[in-house]
Design a protein around this ligand. Structure first.
Ligand code: SAM
Length: 315
């Protein structure tokens, strides 16, 4: 069977895609205790090391290495300081790459990396991975184009080891206008889910910053980007519509009850199955549930990127 090692694995979004593409994930790692709890509840056979990747000394040999190092440095929501230490975690990924020497690797990160003031970070990563012996390609993909009911643009870097002549080609969009299938709507994704799942959604007020833009999409649309911070989670379409009062000021059209997506809905809009297990462990606060769901890479998107690696390199 094809084997993979996963770093910055979170609760297992990327890895669910890798598993669906037919790999056995030998090792996963993350620093966040509740990410491990959720991962293990859903994929008990993977060896999951809790702690900083910097502490891992030995990596098992594997055909594929995947990793989605954190993005605080350049995400839209995070503090955009190009020099923050967190931006050097890709060097840890490169350390694993050199030790494992897999046939291919996949990295996912926020699309902000292609912006001019952060492009040096992308250039550095391309340089380090190329010097490690890989032909690297990168592209920004939108999860909504691959059957996920959410606008989510992320950059993917895929490397194929130099001793293979094969070239990587990013998968073509399968969902959307003039594509094989229509986009998956919020309505379709959330069908059969309760409209008011008490205790599973964040109930704090909608502060001025929240209402500085339109946070709502309708049932027949794809969702806005699911984020890790529940305060900024988009509105469930059961909420009244918002209208613009002036620049940066939006208001609800009526007084009807409004709410953000629940953490479980957030996970489903990320492409996880509805029965994803969120265990009741000590680390599993409501905020943490939102955080691991919002941090994840949509499994169907990661599956599509993984399956697009030419099959012949695994033979
Ligand atoms: C974008 S998320 C990864 C999401 C994951 N791939 C998924 O699909 O669910 C980045 C992850 O890196 C983890 N992380 C941050 N610093 C780390 C470190 N030093 N060692 C290991 N993991 C770290 C965070 O806890 C977070 O879960």
């Amino acid at each position: 069977m094809k084997t993979a090692v996963s770093l910055f694995s979170g609760c297992g979004g990327s890895d669910a895609g890798v598993l669906a593409a037919g790999f056995n994930v030998l090792l996963a790692n993350d620093i966040l205790p509740f990410a491990k709890d959720v991962y293990e509840a859903n994929h008990p056979s993977t060896d999951y090391i809790l702690g900083s990747v910097e502490k891992i000394v030995n990596f098992p040999k594997a055909n594929l290495l995947v990793g989605c190092y954190p993005c605080q440095g350049f995400s839209q929501g995070g503090v955009r300081d190009p020099s923050r230490k967190i931006n050097t975690l890709y060097l840890e990924f490169a350390r694993a790459l050199k030790a494992i020497n897999p046939r291919a690797f996949i990295v996912e990160n926020v699309s902000g990396m292609v912006r001019a003031n952060f492009s040096h970070l992308l250039t550095d990563q391309l340089k380090v991975f190329t010097e490690a012996g890989y032909k690297v390609k990168y592209q920004v993909l939108n999860a909504a184009d691959y059957g996920v009911a959410q606008e989510r643009k992320r950059i993917f870097l895929v490397g194929i080891r130099n001793d293979f002549s094969e070239e990587y080609q990013f998968p073509y969009p399968t969902h959307g206008e003039n594509k094989l299938l229509p986009r998956v709507t919020i309505k379709e994704a959330l069908k059969h889910m309760r409209h008011w799942p008490d205790g599973e959604f964040y109930e704090r007020e909608f502060h001025w910053y929240y209402l500085s833009r339109n946070r709502r999409r309708d049932w027949h649309e794809v969702s806005k980007t699911i984020v890790a911070n529940p305060r900024h989670m988009p509105l469930h379409p059961i909420s009244p519509k918002l209208y613009k009062v002036e620049h940066n000021v939006w208001k609800f059209e009526s007084d009807g009850p409004a709410r953000r997506f629940s953490y479980r809905e957030a996970a489903v809009l990320q492409g996880f199955p509805k029965d994803l297990k969120f265990p009741d462990t000590a680390a599993g606060s409501l905020d943490m549930r939102y955080k691991v769901a919002g941090n994840a890479v949509p499994p169907p998107l990661f599956e599509a990127v993984t399956k697009a690696i030419p099959q012949s390199i695994w033979e």
